[in-house]
Design a protein around this ligand. Sequence first.
Ligand code: ARG
Length: 466
Amino acid sequence: MSENANSLWGSRFDGGPADSLAALSRSVHFDWRLAKYDIAGTRAHIRALHVAGYLTVAEVEKLDRDLLELLRRVEDGSFQAKVTDEDVHSALERGLIEITGVELGGKVRAGRSRNDQIATLIRTYLLDQANAIAQLVIQLIEVLVNRAEEHLGVAMPGRTHFQHAQPVLLSHHLLAHAWPLVRDLERLNDWTKRASLSPYGAGALAGNTLGLDPSLVARELGLAGPTQNSIDATASRDVVAEFAFIASLIGINLSRFSEEIIIWASAEFDYIKLSDSYSTGSSIMPQKKNPDIAELARGKSGRLIGDLTGLLVTLKGLPLAYNRDLQEDKEPVFDMVDTLLVLLPAFNGMVATMQFNKNRLEALAPAGFSLATDIAEWLVKKKIPFRDAHEITGKMVAFCEQHGLELHEVADADMAAISQHLTPDVRDVLTVGGSIKARAGAGGTALPRVLEQIAALRKIAPKREA
Ligand code: ARG
């Protein structure tokens, strides 16, 4: 049996908890990262205690100074959690009492519970992290827009089912990876509304009796206001789960792009060359240059989905209100934050520095009869029903396959034999440039539409000076 010296709840127990229980119960090795948020919460709480008449001006001022001293000691490492501290809250109460003395330090816990405390801290922590992640996502959008702008006018094969479909601008394709990230930013912004409410004042579950002002605490913490229901405030973690969903979606968006980067860097594709600084070698094969960042992004998206899934499963069977299961909400999102904060800088660097093989992209753009749709639509403009136009074009493709020709190489007489509607001027639309230019409808790949996208994206991710 251990002592119970640092516990916040020992008095009604005979002796301390079994070592095995203490080991199972302990969260300080991972929730210690919330220390500065816990201290911020306590600084707000003592103000509420003061306004409600439980601390004098002198007391609140002394406590505030001592809390700042505690924060300094936490930051420089001179105060650390011990294995005997159950969690970050217990450790910091011990730390405050060491500085302030037990009489004053012992007053601070009045009117709050670790249940409302932790529900608040996870929000303030995630709000900060969401902001850091959003900055990196904005940087990636900026990099994509920069790359798109550098390669205006370069055509490449557009694919569906991974088969050549229609030529598109490389810029259009790159920007197609920017827009999902814009939506991720919008999701984070919208999530912020729900995350920015303070559960402080909810107590263990039913509220507090001391007349503490939860709006004051929310204001002090920079949050929009208090939560509306104390049971919901302490028992719900949908705000955490929503963050986890958005974080995993960011991971999935990086992973989709990664899959392309890995393929593009292969000898068979040869669309891109990765910078030496953002690729790795093999310990046995001297010639190798590997797209490890993209592979790790793809791999880590699996890990992010695992974190989200684990969290959702933890939440699914919980009766109201607080249950200790909720302690399991933190490690998954901590892992997600750490994963994205280490992944995004490397990913951004890789995208910023990869070189596009312009000649190869342009040479492959018309391959695989990717201009066939242009023939069909040329026929439609001549008032041929699309059903017939599709069939005529299909016959032309079959003819080319049989004779080893490209679409523009079919002789006038052979075209006429396929259909009387196929006159020689159809060749006007059989160029990559013409095909791309014609796709000028909203959101299309034509250059003016791509320039519009760039202008819109620059408002979200302005170009920074190098
Ligand atoms: N470590 C706990 C958690 O993360 C803090 C709340 C503890 N509350 C309690 N009643 N034991 O959820």
